[in-house]
Design a protein around this ligand. Sequence first.
Ligand code: ANZ
Ligand code: ZN
Length: 797
Amino acid sequence: MKDYNHQRIEKKWQRKWQKDGIYKTKEGGRRPKCYVLDMFPYPSGSGLHVGHPKGYIATDIYSRFKRMNGFNVLHPMGWDAFGLPAENYAIKNKVHPEIAVKKNIKYFKSQLALMGFSYDWSREINTTDPEYYRWTQWIFLKMFKAGLAYESYEPINWCPSCQTGLANEDLENGLCERCGSEIEKKPMRQWVLKITDYADRLLTDLDDLDWPESIKEAQRHWIGRSEGAEIGFSLTGDGLDEEIKVFTTRPDTLFGVTYLVLSPEHPILAKLENSIINQEAIRAYQLEVRQKTEIERTAVNREKTGIQLDGIMAINPANQETIPVFVADYVLAHYGTGAVMAVPAHDERDFVFAEKYNLPIKKVIDGEGCNLPYIGPGKLINSGQFNNLNNLKAKSKIVGYVNGRLTKKYKLRDWVFSRQRYWGEPIPIVHCDKCGVVPVPETDLPVKLPKVKSYAPAGTGESPLATIDKWVKTKCPKCGGPAKRETNTMPQWAGSSWYYLRYADPQNKKSLIGKRKEKYWLPVDLYVGGTEHATRHLIYARFWHKFLYDIKAVSTKEPFTRFGKNLGLILGEDGRKMSKRWGNVINPDDVVSLYGADTLRIYTMFIGPFEAESAWNTKNIIGTRRFLDKVWRLRLKPKTKIGSAEAETKLHQTIHKVSTDIESFSFNTVVSAMMVMANQLEKEKSIAQTIWRDWLKLLAPLAPHLAEELWALAGYKKSIHLSSWPVFDPHKVQTEEVEIVVQINGKVRDRLIVAQDLSEEEIKILVLGRPDVSKWLQGRGIKKIFYVKNRLINLVL
Ligand code: ANZ
Ligand code: ZN
């Protein structure tokens, strides 16, 4: 008997599929479309490890399943190749990023090819290709013209080691997510995208998306909408006529305000210089705070510090009480108005601060005996005419009473969009002494990244592009006079914010995407990738998409209808995250050559629920390989016209289970259903041709090579992957199965799997036929039978 030679089989079919172009996709026809997308990787130097393909395997199974179900499937792949990782790799290994990227892509591609994925490679894209980034630059120009891209001089996050500015989203616990360095605040010119204009839509449109709740929640949290009010407090002091505006989400507690707190950066402090008596001390405090990071400042359990402004008091507009004003670093400059009204009786931070500085604490909500601070709802007390009102109802009334303004605030900040690095899309802007900031005309795109000698950061806070005189010096597109090019580049997240559009029309020279193709393919029906992108890529892409919708470049409001389940990591055999450091990295190439791509695919899906973390286990992959060996041997069973009724029932149960579970991303149960069916087939003396045919079709998405080989051996000429999915016939499956516990005199003696809803009579017949049961009976009579339907039968002797 010939062994299952996975190497021969897999090579052979991969070549044939490519030669015949069976995964090439065209738009049109009568079939409904289905766009299945993986997050495209950045091609790092170390290649894929075994954890990476998990999502790709899942989408490949799903794509093949949909194709066989009559869908016109778009399933593309490409490369997210700009950005710091590629550049740092290039600097470390002393090769030009362009060359490094080319080499890495080649390696990645060869690895993906080994796994038999059904990508349409004719649609491959690469974000560093000028023909691609021409359109990334085009979108920037459109945003600039719409007033959504602007220059700012606000202090930004600066990583002293990567020597570049970073967006808020690029920090992890206040550190650079790339290198772990402490972030500095550095005032410098930068380009910023006004994502905050879209905050409301980004938030409300989440409701209609078929995404995991956890990702939606992460986005809601990141956008962080707070509904509250701005309320003015006038100041008293020598000849002062100033007001401090606070932002509060709790205007209902206004009568309980016992002091105000300003952030140390608050601009009013400069204006008040002459009225503040302890000016020196305030200045010293401001300097001290400058050393601290935002994380330190807002940490909940940190001892709060602050200092009172001597010589100045504020007036509570609700009850005209005079209250002190503090400066404290727990109030952040860039949230709300940078000033807070403090209500120690009903707010945790204010309570701690008030205790420390001996400030009055005044209850205004009846906590019915609860400890302070009381943050729950209740009736107002000590609040003048508002007493006895429910606090939620009182909110807008009190705001009206003091002439405040209801408003919303967001945690989301505008997107710092420039990087002082080489390996990114040049920002298509020219600076002219006469005309100022001038956009490059669309017809001059792409602004190509020039070749440089040294692409390492210059150390001056400028991009290395600034050192290339010949490139920097240009003509002003407006007046024709001498001008300079913008030397900042775009962040890594630019190219990935719209790439899914380009796959639908990758060769288009006239527009980013043709109208007809856009209408046909978009939105993406299923998107799968790591949930670490929940608040960055997925928010940025939604933002760009909404902008493109507004300028009528796309016709849908959202890019990704459904996001597959969260992707659980595959850990090393030791249960730790795979990493060079632990020496527990498993290379998929080795697994493929030893056990085969089909085994790797099935094992990766069988290792645990898709969303769970699971540890790699070599013993178990051998088990999976044995399953495929068994399938390979099944080809030798005689194939007949008619098979057993049992096999027919099992087949239809399996069709049903496999179909519904692929659709719902429950791949581990798909595999176990297939294993159960294989055991059934192994028991059969012969297998009906129709059952064998349908079984191979069920196998095709999981093990495309083996299924194709067995399909050809069975005499079929056209690829199995172009055949249609078996039809589930509910009449063939009378019932679901249940497990019945068999007790004799109250002790468990046996268990059996039977069809659901059998009667006591039917179960009795089955039970008495069991060897284990008859052993216990040994001729004794049954006095009584207790039967709990679908659960338990107890024979009393
Ligand atoms: C009075 C009050 C009473 C507040 C109370 C809360 C509870 P979120 O939900 O995060 O938007 N706040 C406003 N601006 C701030 C700043 N720049 N830095 C630090 N804290 C600031 O929180 C809004 C609440 O956080 C506001 O409502 C304000 O305190 C504080 F029982 O006002 B509150
Ligand atoms: Zn000019």
